[in-house]
Each structure stands twice: as structure tokens, then as C-alpha cells.
Design a protein around this ligand. Sequence first.
Ligand SMILES: [Zn+2]
Length: 268
Amino acid sequence: MNITRIAHALIARLFFWGNRQCNICGHRVSWFLPYRGGWRSAPPLIRALDIIGSDLDNFECPWCGATDRERHLLMYMHAAGLFDALPGMAVLHFAPERRLSKLIAATIPARYIKCDLYPGAPGVERVDIQAIPYPDKTFDLVIANHVLEHVTDDAGALEEVRRILKPGGYAILQTPFSAKLRETWSDPGIDDDRARLQAYGQEDHVRLFGRSIVERFAAVGFISRVREHRGALEEFDPEKYGVNVAEPFFLFERNDEHAIAGPLGKSG
Ligand SMILES: [Zn+2]
């Protein structure tokens, strides 16, 4: 963090200029800190396609560092009743966000496994979502918040998530997408950091999901329980809490009654 950003963060901790609030740490703030200069600094194609993902202008809490996608996910989990249900659940959490995972751990789930392809903290197991080293029907809930846009084989990853979920189990599969794009877009020729940044919005993203994202995920054997901020989170003013009102809650339930052999892969 450079000096300017530190000063920006310190001033933002005062709340005389605004009425924003972080729902993770509870602090009132003047503003949330932007991600890499905010939306206006995003690559031209990403802006032209109106990518729906993180709120780049209201990204980080100046007190606790929670990102907008942690704040939004916590709201959505509460609204869906998932947070209150955690004590009875076996949970597998990919790329666990530091603040959100502490709140989840504090509910004392029946089982709570934190994992990452590249674990960067103690207590996080090394797990590739494309080859999950757990038996079938082990977990009640899988959390993968902004993970699938990094994964080479997203259909294979989704089949693995479905496999290790118990019947009726849930998967939270947040990921950026463009409602302007009909199809998900990926091309092996986009093969270096600069091209991936321009095409997909970040150097380590490998695709850009289109508006068929819900059908694409459901085809692997899930029932869509997707909700929108408007409707599910009416009481949360997105501006006050610094979250992207356009970001849906990508909640999916393992489908056992009508296992679908969709275009992306085998299910059953
Ligand atoms: Zn905070």
C-alpha cells in the first residue's frame, strides 16, 4: 500500500463526508477504497461489455479490508437463511476470504474445510476444484466466490462440486459475467497476462461468462436458486454498503431428481 493510498484509507475511516457502512466490521466510513483506480480504469472492452462483478469503485473497507464481494456475499447468505444454518452444515470454502471465513468459522459449522489451489494462509488445504479429494456426497455447502473465472475446465469443476455435495446441498458460485454477451467467451489464443487483462478483465482470468451463465451451470446438474439484489436485499441500500446492485446471488442446489446430461458434461 503506497503513501497516497494509506492517507486515502485513513481519511475514509472518518465518516463526516458520508453515510457508508461496512457490514463485515460494522464501521461507518466516508467511502470504500477503489480497486486499481476504479471502474474508469478498467480495460475498454470490460467497460464496453458492462461486466458485472466486483464494485470497482467501492471495493475495500478502509477499516477491515473486506472487499465488496465479501460484504455482498454475507448479506446474501443471511437473506437466504444459509448463515443461520451453518452450525449444522459441512462446508467446503474455496479461496476463503479472510474476514468472511472468520465469521463463518465463528458459527462453528459441523465441518469447515478452507481450501485453495495455492494456499496462502495456515489452515487452508491445497485443493484443485477440478479434482476435489473428497468422497461423493460429503458437503452441505460449497462456497466458491470469484473462483470459476480462474479455472481452466469450469464444467469439470462444476461436476466435481456437484459430486461432493450431498443431495439437496448448495453451491455458491459467484463470478463476473457480461449480460451483453450471449455466450461464455474463451479462446486459447488469449494466452498472456496483457491479453487476458484486456479480454477477460484480469490477468489471471481465463474466460468471460455471458448471460447464459445460469443455464451453463444448471446444465451440469444444478437447480438455479439465483436471486437478485433487488428483491432479496431490499433493505440494504447498495450505495450505503458499497456493493454492486447488479451482482446476483449465484446460488445453486444439487439436482438429483432430474439429473441433466447437459451440453457441458455428464451428470447423473
Ligand atoms: Zn469493514
